[in-house]
Design a protein around this ligand. Structure first.
Ligand code: AHG
Ligand code: MN
Ligand code: MN
Length: 349
C-alpha cells in the first residue's frame, strides 16, 4: 500500500488511502515536487466527481443529446461533452500552477499566461471520451495529460504556450483517466508506476485499490471496429485474418469508448487497434490527449504503444488536434502485430 500518511489518526481510516494522500506521499519521494502538483490533480478529481454524479443520473437530468454545435473536429457536441469541458476548464483553470489548458472541444490552447499567470503546467484533456455512447448508457471517460512549460528562463522572454505545448509524449509528467462505468475508477501515473482508485460514493473520495499495475504480456483478445477493416492497411487485414484462425484462437471485444476498451486491456491484457482507414487516413484518435496519455500509462504498466512504425511517445506533434494510428496493449500482442506490419507475417505456431 502507499506510504501511510503518518497521521496519529490513521486508525480512523483503516487502510484507506485517498488519491490526494497518495499523490502527496508520492511527492515526498520526489524532493523537487511541490504541493502545487497535488493541488492541480485535485482540480481534475473534483471535476470528474461532479461529472460522475451527472453520468449516473443520465436520463433523469437533461444531459442526453447534442448541443447543436460542432467542435473543431467537425463532430457533434453532446450536452455532456460541453458540461465536462466547462467543468474541467473551471476546476483546473482555477489552479495558479496551470499556464495553459487544451481540450478536444476547444480549437486553440486556452492561454492563462495572458492574465499574467506564470503557472508551469500545461494540462490537456479529452473531457468526455466515447460521448456517442452517453444516450445508451455505455461507459464513457475523461482522459488527461500533463506537460510542463520549458525552462522558466524561456517563459520570462514571453514563451508562447501555443508552440510550447507541442511536446512529444515522453515529456509528460503525469497522465490518467477516469472511467464512468459500473464503478467510477481513476487510473494515473506520474512516471512512478500506474495506480488505480475507485470513487466511494458514500464518502466522495477516490480510494486506492491497486498500485503499480502491470498489463499481462499476452492475451488473445483484439479490440477494433471491424466495420472499417475493408480499408485497413493490408498488413493489418492479414493480422486480423490470422487472429481468426483456429491455431491463433483470439476473441474480440470492442466497446467503442476508448477509455473502456483501454481499461479492459490494462486489467486483463489484449490489443487495441485504431488503424488508418479511408475515412480517417491518419487514424481517428488524437495524439495529444488520447494516444499520448494512454501510451504513457501502458508503458508504465509494461505494455507498448505504436503508430505503426513509431513508438507513440516519441512522436513530435505538429498540430494540437492531430490524429494518429494507434496499436496499444500487451507487449507480446503489440510485437505480433508489429511483425505483421513489418511483413514478417504470423508468429511460429
Ligand atoms: P470521443 O467521444 O472523445 O470523440 O472519442 C471517441 C473515440 C473513442 O472513444 C473510440 O475508441 C472511438 O471514437 C470509436 O470510434 P469508431 O466509432 O469509429 O469505432
Ligand atoms: Mn475521445
Ligand atoms: Mn471526447
Amino acid at each position: 500500500m502507499a506510504e501511510k500518511s503518518g497521521s496519529p489518526y490513521q486508525e480512523l481510516l483503516p487502510g484507506l488511502v485517498t488519491v490526494q494522500q497518495h499523490i502527496i506521499a508520492n511527492q515526498r519521494r520526489h524532493a523537487e515536487a511541490t504541493g502545487e502538483f497535488s493541488f492541480l490533480l485535485s482540480g481534475i478529481t473534483i471535476a470528474t466527481k461532479v461529472l460522475a454524479s451527472k453520468v449516473r443520473k443520465a436520463g433523469l437530468v437533461d444531459i442526453f443529446g447534442a448541443t447543436g454545435e460542432q467542435n473543431v473536429q467537425g463532430e457533434t457536441v453532446q450536452k455532456l461533452d460541453r458540461m465536462a469541458n466547462d467543468l474541467l476548464m473551471h476546476c483546473i483553470g482555477y489552479r495558479r500552477s496551470v499556464g495553459a489548458l487544451a481540450s478536444e472541444e476547444n480549437e486553440t490552447v486556452v492561454d492563462l499566461t495572458e492574465t499574467g499567470r506564470t503557472g508551469k503546467y500545461l494540462v490537456l484533456f479529452d473531457p468526455l471520451d466515447g460521448s456517442s455512447n452517453i444516450d445508451v448508457n455505455i461507459p464513457t471517460g475523461t482522459i488527461f495529460s500533463i506537460l510542463v512549460r520549458p525552462e522558466r528562463g524561456e517563459w520570462q522572454q514571453g514563451g508562447d504556450v501555443h508552440t510550447e505545448i507541442l511536446q512529444p509524449g515522453l515529456k509528460q509528467v503525469a497522465a490518467g483517466y477516469v472511467l464512468y462505468s459500473s464503478a467510477t475508477t481513476l487510473v494515473y501515473t506520474t512516471g512512478n508506476g500506474v495506480h488505480q482508485f475507485v470513487l466511494d460514493p458514500e464518502i466522495g473520495a477516490y480510494v486506492l485499490v491497486a498500485e503499480r499495475l502491470q498489463v499481462p504480456a499476452r492475451k488473445k483478445v483484439y479490440s477494433v471496429n471491424e466495420a472499417n477493416s475493408g480499408t485497413f492497411p493490408k498488413e493489418v487485414q492479414d493480422y486480423l485474418a490470422w487472429t481468426k484462425t483456429e491455431a491463433a484462437g483470439y476473441s474480440s471485444r470492442y466497446v467503442g469508448s476508448f477509455v473502456a476498451d483501454f481499461h479492459r486491456i490494462l486489467m486483463q491484457g489484449g490489443l487495441f487497434l485504431y488503424p488508418p482507414t479511408a475515412k480517417a487516413p491518419s487514424g481517428k484518435l488524437r495524439l495529444m490527449y488520447e494516444a499520448n496519455p494512454m501510451a504513457f500509462l501502458i508503458e508504465q504498466a509494461g505494455g507498448a504503444a505504436l503508430d505503426g512504425p513509431q513508438r507513440i511517445l516519441e512522436k513530435t506533434p505538429k498540430k494540437l488536434h492531430e490524429r494518429t494510428p494507434l496499436y496499444i496493449g500487451s507487449k507480446g500482442e503489440v510485437a505480433i502485430l508489429q511483425a505483421f506490419l513489418q511483413g514478417k507475417g504470423a508468429p511460429p505456431a
